[in-house]
Design a protein around this ligand. Sequence first.
Ligand code: URA
Length: 245
Amino acid sequence: MTLQYYLHRCGLAARRKVNAIIERGRVAVNGTVVREFWLSVNPDKDSVTVDGAPCRLPLGHHYYLFHKPRGLITSVSDPRGRQTVIDYVRKVHGLSEPLHPTGRLDKDTEGLLILTDDGDFTQKITHPSHEIPKVYVAVLKNEITDEQKRILESGIQIDGAMTAKAKLAKVRLEKKGLEGQPCWRITIHEGKKRQVRRMFEAVGTRVMYLRRDQIGSFTLKGIENPGQMRVINESELDDFRRVYF
Ligand code: URA
């Protein structure tokens, strides 16, 4: 990451102020004073000081991509005793950090979910102002017409409010038991309860299978099977923050 971003993440100051501090020669990397805010630093290897005092990234939070299987509740605990995504990753993956899911997926929906112990990250990722695209694949009971597609893309009434613009594309998905059913990729930027299912219901069809494939730049690559999970690394996280926050 750049020296400017590193110092900003350390909590030194806002990015513009960080530049001024660097330009004044107050920052050294591995003992050498540097004045280039775009210099690349490796948080694991380089030592950065400001006015001689070490500047380190705050102790890390944890971030995981999880391929939620159908049947799990997207929550930390469930008053009705049903198995949650957190119960599952503790039991199956042996994780013990105080994780929570960011955003929601219905019990019957599978796909990509971010788990973290960083409440600040969760607040940002779930805030509609960031307009993070979420991509779903939906297998439908009945095919939709061009007109229904146009209505879905331009916005539809749910909970008394119009949904934001969506993007639809016809795709192929061979899902056992649902062979030959119409299948669409739909990209939305909001997270209303059961939004995709209700959008299709509003134009007269029904979602028979739903999977989330993407949240911003994060995808199911490497965790293609339900139940799998992986760590999100620093540079993936930095890229995501740079684009969406
Ligand atoms: N839309 C839905 O209908 N369900 C989900 O789980 C996510 C989006």
